[in-house]
Ligand binder design. Structure first.
Ligand code: SF4
Length: 493
């Protein structure tokens, strides 16, 4: 495997009280804006007076949905959509979301982002009660739990409220019942979820504000940790029984996952990355002639570094934008070239210069080594690597594929050794304190678990990440092979 950090999932929901919005198309545009959060599969479910029609498949939004396909989804008043990257479960159509189920009180569609840390235990409990699972993803567990509660309660929102006590870990959810749209965020607030409003009164939920912008929706709020928002014919109301005053959102959303034009918890992702660059300069100053950023999420941090240091900023790389899914992964012996194919150095920018190269992370170190080698081959005198994140020292259990310790370079080597392995003249990581400072907000502390091994919520009983995955019968090899085939453009060069 290469250096890999993949985005998580993008979720979207819309409720149209007037019934005049083409909710399928609106969801399609919303998912388009959330494509960066997952490129394996996607889907849309449309609710027309209690009857849910859906379409989902493996592939990008542009490939899975045609005009005809959207027309077949038809008109409706409510819709939900999903773009998926699986940190759990194999890549196939069955595991794609939305998960649409039928139960005694009608149909229900669920989309979610995040990983449940108690998924194996919940799944085992449900299976012992007779549940038969069709997928290997957490959404089906969530759906089962909601349905069980729905049979005991008088409304879907009460069922979701009760389920918040059962689910552990990271989840932002949008649930569509025959008459309602319900959005909820876990009590730690790991994954983002925002609410917006369209000019005709439609309510929209999305993982990021860039999806609201794509529809011309006005931002209303970020859901609080543990908040549930219900939309139905009576309007919009919030359930706050599980709300926690402080979130611990994933700081890596700011560093890498989110789109730079999104605003999370009131802070622009672009500005947060620039601030990380400024802090990096304070923490790791260096004499140099030019600052360049590794596309895409290293660019904003590089701008901040240049601004704070006074060292000129330049575009150092040309990225091949057309290399996405159709790219045939090279054999191991050709990996060196795979960096070149995706990213090329602009030689005139670096030749005979002392270069500061800003990137967002180092996972295994192989990609960084190849990029440094490219810059040196283009004639740079020195390459000083600055990383706008702290070193990864522990896995993520909350919906990203930051891997087991054995695959993280910072768990095996000192910073001096990493510097030598990647061929840099100096190496500086953002400190954990710096990461917390980059998007400082009184309502939001951050999860920094993968940088500190201190997690803000329970981690799985089996802490070896691969064991955790095996417990729910994921065929790991199949999953990895399939990812290699499907993925083109994640943090993978
Ligand atoms: S462990 Fe790391 S990647 Fe996972 S939620 Fe926390 S900060 Fe984000």
């Amino acid at each position: 495997m290469e250096n890999l950090i993949h985005e998580e999932c993008g979720i979207f929901g819309i409720y149209d009280p007037s019934g005049t919005n083409d909710v399928a198309s609106s969801t399609y545009y919303g998912l388009f804006a959330l494509q960066h959060r997952g490129q394996e599969s996607c889907g849309i479910a449309v609710n027309d007076r209690g009857v849910i029609t859906y379409h989902k498949d493996v592939g990008l939004v542009r490939d899975v949905f045609s005009k005809e396909c959207l027309e077949k989804l038809g008109k409706g008043q409510i819709a939900v959509g999903h773009t998926r990257y699986s940190t759990f479960g194999t890549v196939n159509q069955t595991n794609a979301q939305p998960l649409v189920v039928r139960h005694v009180k009608g149909q229900m569609a669920v989309v979610h982002n995040g990983n449940l840390t108690n998924a194996p235990e919940l799944r085992e409990k449900l299976e012992l009660q007779g549940a038969i699972f069709h997928t290997t993803n957490d959404s089906e567990i969530i759906a089962y739990e909601i349905i069980q509660e729905r049979l005991k309660t008088s409304s879907i929102e009460e069922a979701v409220e009760n389920v918040l006590d059962v689910l552990e870990g990271a989840y932002s959810l949008v649930v569509m019942s025959p008459e309602k749209l319900v959005a909820a965020r876990d009590m730690t607030g790991f994954r983002p979820l925002v609410m917006g409003e369209l000019p005709n009164g439609e309510t929209v939920f999305a993982s990021e504000t860039c999806a609201l912008d794509s529809l011309g929706a006005k931002y209303v709020k970020d859901l609080a940790a543990g908040e549930i928002v219900v939309v139905d014919k009576n309007g919009v109301r919030s359930i706050t029984s599980h709300v926690k005053p402080i979130k611990h959102m994933c700081v890596f959303e700011y560093i890498y996952f989110a789109r730079p034009d999104s605003v999370m918890e009131g802070i622009s992702v672009h500005e947060a990355r620039k601030e990380a660059g400024r802090i990096l300069w304070k923490e790791h100053p260096v004499d140099a002639d030019v600052v360049i950023g590794v596309p895409d999420s290293g660019l904003d941090a590089a701008l901040g570094f240049a601004e704070a240091s006074g060292i000129p900023y330049e575009t150092g790389f040309s990225k091949n934008k057309y290399i996405a899914r159709t790219f045939i992964q090279p054999a191991q012996s050709q990996r060196e070239n795979s960096v070149r194919l995706k990213l090329n150095v602009i030689a005139s920018v670096v030749k005979d210069k002392r270069v500061v190269m800003v990137d967002d992370s180092i996972v295994r170190g192989t990609t960084s080594a190849r990029i440094v080698a490219l810059i040196k081959a283009a004639g740079a005198k020195e390459v000083h690597v600055r990383i706008s994140a702290p070193p990864f020292i522990s896995p993520c259990y909350y919906g990203t594929d930051i891997d087991s310790k054995k695959n993280l370079i910072a768990c095996k080597y000192t910073q001096q050794e990493i510097k030598e392995q990647i061929g840099a003249d100096s190496l500086g990581y953002l400190s954990v304190e710096g990461a917390k400072e980059m998007a400082k907000n009184p309502q939001c502390e951050f999860c920094v678990g993968c940088f500190t091994e201190k997690y803000p919520a329970p981690i799985p009983v089996s802490q070896e990440k691969s064991q955790f995955e095996k417990k729910i019968n994921v065929k790991e090899e199949e999953s990895v092979d399939e990812r290699e085939r499907v993925h083109g453009d994640a943090k993978e060069f």
